[in-house]
Write a protein that binds this ligand. Structure first.
Ligand SMILES: NC(=O)C1=CN([C@@H]2O[C@H](COP(=O)(O)OP(=O)(O)OC[C@H]3O[C@@H](n4cnc5c(N)ncnc54)[C@H](OP(=O)(O)O)[C@@H]3O)[C@@H](O)[C@H]2O)C=CC1
Ligand SMILES: Nc1nc(=O)c2c([nH]1)NC[C@@H]1CN(c3ccc(C(=O)N[C@@H](CCC(=O)O)C(=O)O)cc3)C=[N+]21
Length: 297
């Protein structure tokens, strides 16, 4: 029987741990604060940011939201980031990606204090992760690590194939899984749009991580018998539903499930973990910046 991982259930357990940290911080007079910055009218981005803000409300984290029009200037964005950076009640800053083409997102991220960079995208935090001394593990990769652990999947010595090499998903997942540390020690192959014979590579893998942003790119024929399949993709496809769309992963779930021993669904797999780990990093950031200790597993 294939085990379909319930990402919402694992995320709920993490949120309970985070809740205990919020209480410990509150006892010392500290309210953790997370600022989200959105420079987009994209409905999916708006949904994700409001989910993050709602999650903050539920746990007693102070949510601060800044919305910039997509036509705003790069300087407007920098000003917003710099203002939040100087605000001692803000412990974490998340700049929702992507930003419009006329804005240099990489440059904007460099203006976030590395201690407030709860996404783990600042070069200092990327460098620390690569160097084996992570400060904030990037949310989606960290969430995947927690999901694998919850499903009793041992990454040690396993062959992992990642489909996608983006800065926010593919590369940091690879960096995390090759760490000489628990939840790491995997042998990782990173594939992308120029990769030859993708299916041959994925079929050899013990663990396939699909993060290409291409709906149902990875089907059952590309999965080896008994493999673990992690679907990071969240794609909105037009459909005659109440919302006018349905969510589809980068994996063709039904055919992949036939082959897999363990698989994540979309929705309800990696997505909820990304938000849980953002809350996790926010309490870690509040702890680092105030010196109040918290107990995060
Ligand atoms: N669940 C969650 O919490 C999150 C989900 N996502 C979702 O994950 C997916 C990926 O996001 P993101 O990394 O930001 O996307 P990007 O578009 O930034 O990167 C996609 C990557 O996939 C590669 N790729 C595209 N097409 C193919 C193909 N046919 N074969 C092999 N590789 C291919 C690209 O290659 P190349 O580099 O050559 O262009 C690129 O490296 C999206 O569906 C996104 O919505 C993202 C973040 C969090
Ligand atoms: N700076 C930055 N940090 C991010 O972490 C970041 C980002 N930019 N840009 C966009 C991607 C995407 N992302 C998701 C988070 C949660 C769900 C999620 O919770 N999805 C639900 C369904 C959501 C729905 O109903 O639409 C699920 O899969 O079950 C999905 C996607 C974070 N991202």
């Amino acid at each position: 029987m294939t085990h379909v991982i319930d990402g919402n259930a694992v995320a709920d357990r993490i949120r309970d741990d985070v809740q205990n940290c919020v209480t410990a911080l509150e006892d010392e007079g500290v309210t953790p604060g997370l600022a989200t910055v959105l420079m987009s009218d994209d409905p999916a981005s708006e949904t994700y940011v409001s989910m993050k803000q709602r999650a903050c409300d539920e746990l007693g984290i102070e949510g601060i939201h800044r919305k910039l029009e997509p036509e705003a200037s790069a300087d407007d964005l920098l000003e917003t980031v710099i203002e939040l950076d100087g605000d001692p009640t803000v412990h974490g800053i998340l700049l929702q990606m992507p930003v419009p083409d006329h804005v240099d997102g990489t440059n904007a991220l460099r203006h976030v204090d590395p201690l407030k960079d709860v996404d783990g995208f600042h070069p200092e935090n990327v460098g620390r992760l690569v160097a084996g001394d992570p400060r904030y593990k990037p949310c989606t990769p960290h969430g995947i690590q927690k999901l694998l652990e919850a499903a009793d999947v041992d990454t040690d010595g396993s062959d992992v194939v990642i489909v996608g090499r983006s800065e926010i998903v593919g590369k940091p997942i690879a960096n995390l899984l090759i760490q000489k540390a628990p939840g790491g020690n995997a042998t990782v192959t990173v594939c992308h749009s120029r990769t030859n014979a993708l299916a041959e590579k994925t079929r050899q893998a013990d663990i396939v991580v699909a993060a290409a942003g291409v709906p149902e790119l990875v089907d059952g024929s590309m999965i080896g018998a008994g493999a673990v399949v992690i679907d990071v993709g969240v794609n909105r496809i037009d459909a005659e539903t109440e919302k006018g769309y349905e969510l589809v992963g980068d994996v063709e779930f039904d055919s992949a499930r036939e082959k897999a021993s363990v698989i994540t669904p979309v929705p309800g797999g990696v997505g909820p973990m990304t938000i849980a780990m953002l809350l996790y990093n926010t309490v870690a950031a509040a702890s680092i910046q105030t010196g109040v200790p918290v107990d995060l597993p």
